[in-house]
Design a protein around this ligand. Sequence first.
Ligand SMILES: C[S@@+](CC[C@H](N)C(=O)[O-])C[C@H]1O[C@@H](n2cnc3c(N)ncnc32)[C@H](O)[C@@H]1O
Length: 252
Amino acid sequence: MDETRLMYWLIKLHEGLARLGPGHAEATGRAFASCTALPAQPGILDIGCGAGAQTLDLARLTSGALTAVDRVHGFLLDLRERAHARGLSARIHPVVADMRQLPFPAAAFDLIWSEGAIYIMGFDAGLASWRALLRARGYLVVSELSWLTDHPPPDLADFWREHYPAMRQVADNLASARALGWEPIDHFSLPHAHWMLDYLGPLQSRLATFRATHANDPEAQAVADLTEQEIAIMANAAGICGYVFYVLRRAD
Ligand SMILES: C[S@@+](CC[C@H](N)C(=O)[O-])C[C@H]1O[C@@H](n2cnc3c(N)ncnc32)[C@H](O)[C@@H]1O
């Protein structure tokens, strides 16, 4: 299955979910609290925002304006509806764009945020290309699947070697961030329970319906198989690998 078809089925599988990747309001709040030198009303860019779980959390944490970017128009429509229902739509501006070619001028934002999405272009490539969009000493917060140990068990090592070979240890990501002109301010792991309960749990509960709806489509079944495999493998991944929040600041 090529990447476009995989993306198509992943979008179908995630349609209507509040959260399209691992995350939790507490983690978003903790990372935001580390950005202590923001202006009173920061300009924030949320890249790969999906249906905007963290965009809405950020809008509640600040009185600044948020530009929320995703490549999938349907996810942005969900965000628009949710923002409207919460009275936040005046401060949230959804934009359809590719994270590799963002249509914003240099130094346009005080804070760039990206939960569970930088892997799409790669941790280093994202850190390098998004830097120019920040004002001097601006902040970047990204969450990225990272190894938490030197010696993962073979089943986890094999699974991720196949599906995300670019995954690195936390120390390696921090070293890379420094080399690319960032000052690491804080980093912490998303608690394993949050990953399971708030993302993989809701995903799992819709798999049976997804399989039944697309019973005659081998690609859909393959995506469901892969998702089930990931859920099973991640159930035993606490302390071995997980999403890590990296709070970085432009080292000008
Ligand atoms: C794992 S989801 C995370 C979404 C959201 N941050 C969350 O945690 O719920 C990754 C998001 O990146 C978006 N995406 C994929 N490729 C993209 C691209 N090239 N440019 C912008 N967004 C992209 C997907 O549509 C999806 O919404």
